[in-house]
Design a protein around this ligand. Sequence first.
Ligand code: ZN
Length: 351
Amino acid sequence: MKVRKTVQGGVVNLTKVKRDVLAEEYENLQKYLHENKDVELYSANKQQAKRYYDKIRDGKEYPISIRKDLIDVQECKSDVCDYFVKVPVAGRYGVVKIPVNTHVEIREDWEVCESKLFRKDGSFYINITVEIEVEEVERYEGVLGIDLGLRNPVVSVALPSHRSEIRGQKIKQVQSRYFYLRRQTETGKGWHRREHNKVRDQLHKITTELAEFVEENRLIVAVGDLSGIQKQDRGKTMNRKLHRFPHYSFRQMLEYKCKERGIKYIDVDEAYTSQRCSRCGELGDRNGGEYKCEKCGFEIDSDVNGARNIAGRALGKSEIRPLVNAGAPVAVPGTLSVDATSGAPMGAASC
Ligand SMILES: [Zn+2]
């Protein structure tokens, strides 16, 4: 399986000649896009621009998109930079070899694809797209169920080990802090940006931790998904759950980080996972932070209960079961044997 990744790079140590040539190509692209001017521009760069930028917004600068067959990345042997990247330009030079530093190593077996060169605050940067061949994990030792909980942002439970972990409290702190700051000051705009960045950093940290954990323990990742539930059926709690936490970014990041490691990632319908007892499958209700089953007496943190049900429901899926080692003593919570796929309440038939 192939996975795409973007390697961010900064253009460094440009000589004056190179800087001018690059700036000219870049500025000509802007003129071409914004003013529809007939400027001198490398033909392929022009074509790329036509293909991508059919809606041009005023005041926005657009990157030079370097075609896959034209880009060339070479490792630099000296201290000047990490890599030299060849960028085709119009005019007598035809191509400039720009020195670039990247935050990660571009490995030789990675395929360099179409990449984007852009300017921000006077400096040039390049986003190098690479394609990586990933070997998919075929045998797993279990499942990690993840519930994006109400009280605890990210709750995970591994099956069969039943190890549970809670993450993301810091996101809640950041959100409340900026909520407070925004109310205290008139100009809320800057706060939004800062809050966004801080939350994003946390999301990266959490998703990396989770991806490393599942890679090490060979677990399939199953994330509870509320999107299948119709709006009118969600109710107040569900809606709050959906809006409080950046679900979409979290999923995207985690899915990508799993893919990158060849780990299977699935979304699992979350319906009733918070209402069912994860031991016997009986439908009940959470009482704030605690879930207490009236039938079997099981008491557990309600978000952990949800994550256990998600993991169990994933394990019950016909496409997942064969991937998990039969030798592993998988203690499947009661909900599974009831109705693993539809999530419909069916009573406690499994007890
Ligand atoms: Zn129970």
